[in-house]
Design a protein around this ligand. Structure first.
Ligand code: GRF
Length: 205
């Protein structure tokens, strides 16, 4: 059977959803010709990302990890993805850990965006402003964002792309976070999602 040219993408979110918005805006500009933003999965109710999805007419499912044990949550996410015919999963500020069943069903088909230049300032507990605080404490003069495949560890999968952003002398964690979002994350993520859906990262067979 011929592969569909347009791939169904699910975006998994836990927060404000500005990266989701960057994807929605890129799609509206015609920059994601091989991707359909088919579903948003939220790890908790009441978050800004849900409002953004609704405004863009993207179906939303709330699946909260605290309502399941680890294995059941893994199965629930897989069931959601399969029922919606999802080809690729994008973690855009998703704070729950994916389990082995979902990962095995989507090899090289799940990506994450992290707001630093991995391997700097990443791993368990490194999310949100903690990342940018860590950058400032380290004295690094460059930071940025990384898009990588997701594997069973945190922030450890194969790196697909990085974009650098300068750290300025008077930065606070908040100003640095905003610069990384604007100058790196919101540009990098739509570009990589399109490349992924176009098949650029498929393994040679
Ligand atoms: C972003 O910094 C992303 O890199 C990280 O979580 C944050 C999510 O922000 N994984 P938003 O919800 O997309 O605004």
């Amino acid at each position: 059977m011929a592969e569909r040219a347009i791939k169904n993408v699910a975006v998994f979110v836990s927060g404000g959803g500005t990266n989701l918005q960057a994807l929605i805006d890129a799609a509206a500009r015609g920059e994601l010709p091989h991707a359909k933003l088919a579903l948003v999965v939220a790890s908790r109710p009441g978050i800004g990302a849900i409002d953004r999805a609704c405004a863009a007419d993207i179906p939303v499912i709330v699946a909260a990890p605290k309502e399941y044990d680890t294995a059941a949550y893994d199965a629930v996410l897989l069931d959601i993805a399969q029922r919606h015919g999802i080809d690729y999963i994008v973690l855009a500020g998703f704070l729950a850990i994916l389990g082995p069943v979902l990962l095995a069903a989507y090899p090289r088909r799940i990506i994450n965006i992290h707001p630093s230049l991995i391997p700097r300032h990443c791993g368990a507990g490194m999310y949100g402003l903690r990342v940018h605080r860590s950058v400032l404490n380290s004295g690094d003069t460059m930071t940025g964002a990384t898009v990588h495949f997701v594997d069973e560890d945190v922030d450890s999968g194969e790196i697909l792309a990085q974009k650098q952003v300068p750290v300025l002398p008077d930065d606070t964690p908040e100003t640095l976070q905003q610069r990384v979002l604007e100058q790196a994350e919101w540009q990098l993520l739509p570009r990589i999602v399109e490349q992924l859906c176009r098949g650029d990262y498929e393994e040679e067979r």
